[in-house]
Design a protein. Sequence first.
Length: 339
Amino acid sequence: MLVLGIESSCDETGVALYDTARGLRGHAVHTQVAMHEAYGGVVPELASRDHIRRLVPLLRAVLAQAGAHKSDIDAVAYTAGPGLAGALLVGASFAEALAKALAVPALPVHHLEGHLLSPLLATDPPAFPFVALLVSGGHTQLMRVTAVGAYELLGESLDDAAGEAFDKTAKLLELGYPGGPALAKLAEQGGPGRFRLPRPMLNSGDFDFSFSGLKTAVLTAARERPLSAAEKAQLAWEFQEAVTEVLAVKALAALKHCGLARLVVAGGVGANRRLRERLDAATAARHLRVFYPELELCTDNGAMIAFCGAQRLMAGAGPLGSGAFAIRPRWPLQELMGV
């Protein structure tokens, strides 16, 4: 079965082909970072227009990469939410129209479920069950994953997600857009210094997160007096230490709570080098295992959407929703539980 995946939830246009017998046949992503950089963040209208321009060329490129033809496609999976309404509508319209023309099923996919299952595309995929740490620009969640569609929410961010806190802190330090990677790069030049930031909810006894106070602590430190380049690097380092420490401690606590030995990390923040270092060391010391997506699949991409759609079909879980053409800009992952 050959499944086409379409991702257009925000500022990346992703197209991919996943073959249930042969694996990932091809994928391509166009990022809009250069276009949005001048505005310091994503401009929804510009994002939507750019998705329109990119989808057909990307589809042609992926078909050529896979040595396939449109007539070989057996199903079209697309991100139905959550995300920017206009951007989602572009991908959904394209996918639904193509599926109609090819007389194949159209499969709306939850963006976060795509991230959640993306480590299964790796060369060494995890087996079920596992605990998943989902860390992206808009979401920070810990889930117990038993099978495709069988998810139990253990905890989540009560305010800013980890990726959001990275971006906002980068803006406070005047690092430009996109902020998260810029802050992580600056942190590599820093180290322990005069700054000591809180570790929010580290000892809360649950699996929830809160990063808005940490961002405020950075703001307070940055406003005390003008920071030198070295002090900015120290502050970036301390911020990254605080976030990754909280994420690692809570993830390990969730593994212990669930009695499981496998941790999966997914989402854009999962590419953070310091977070991987912490989790690799902590799991190895406890004879546990941690799994990540390939680095190129950490950010938004069509491969995870194609794979998610294919997995639902093979698991007999079926497509999400009523089958009506609709997008869900706000779509809690919890609604998938039991679907």
